[in-house]
Design a protein around this ligand. Structure first.
Ligand code: SF4
Length: 182
């Protein structure tokens, strides 16, 4: 009697690896960290432009421009850095590696669980964001920024624009300095 044909199996692409596919999720983030010096320059230039535009933000109202600026910031930073919109951006202090991608959300260095291959103990396929942060910081001009102690995350600032907040802070500092000088 003729043996029935084996049932067709689901299509499985050849030469695939679960680990490689997982790693692909982090590839843009890792690419950005490798270009930390370039992004440091871009960020500094952008911060200067934002500060120059302070009179416009002020006239329109920071509250009014918050939402559209936040949307732009979110799209750019989510794509490049897997930003979680904590609202208190630490990228320029952490080698362009976003600390909010740490499963433990540590803001001041790695836990004791980094694997021998530099990956995370919670997500074994993910390179530890703090190992990446150290490597990225060493490529930056302000390489010592990584030694700054970061404040605990203020959850009330989640989904707000860090760009605008930093601009408003810098403008207030600049104004108070010029008042003191007079
Ligand atoms: S530190 Fe915060 S704002 Fe900066 S990239 Fe990470 S989640 Fe986004």
């Amino acid at each position: 009697m003729k043996k029935p044909a084996a049932p067709a199996t689901a299509y499985k692409p050849s030469d695939t690896s679960h680990v490689r596919r997982q790693r692909a999720r982090y590839s843009i983030r890792l690419w950005s960290v490798r270009r930390a010096r370039l992004f440091e320059g871009v960020y500094n230039a952008l911060a200067d432009v934002f500060l120059k535009l302070h009179p416009i933000w002020n006239t329109i109202g920071y509250k009014r421009v918050e939402y559209p600026v936040m949307l732009v910031e979110k799209s750019v930073k989510s794509f490049l850095f897997d930003c979680r919109m904590c609202g208190q951006c630490a990228l320029s202090d952490t080698g362009m590696s976003c600390p909010m991608n740490c499963p433990k959300q540590l803001r001041n260095g790695p836990c004791g669980g980094v694997r021998a291959n530099g990956n995370c103990e919670v997500e074994p396929d993910m390179p530890c964001v703090w190992v990446q942060a150290w490597q990225g910081s060493q490529r930056m001009r302000a390489s010592d920024n990584i030694l700054k102690v970061q404040k605990p995350v203020d959850q009330s600032l989640r989904n707000s624009s860090a760009w605008l907040r930093v601009t408003a802070q810098k403008a207030a500092e600049r104004d108070s300095m010029s008042e003191t000088a007079q």
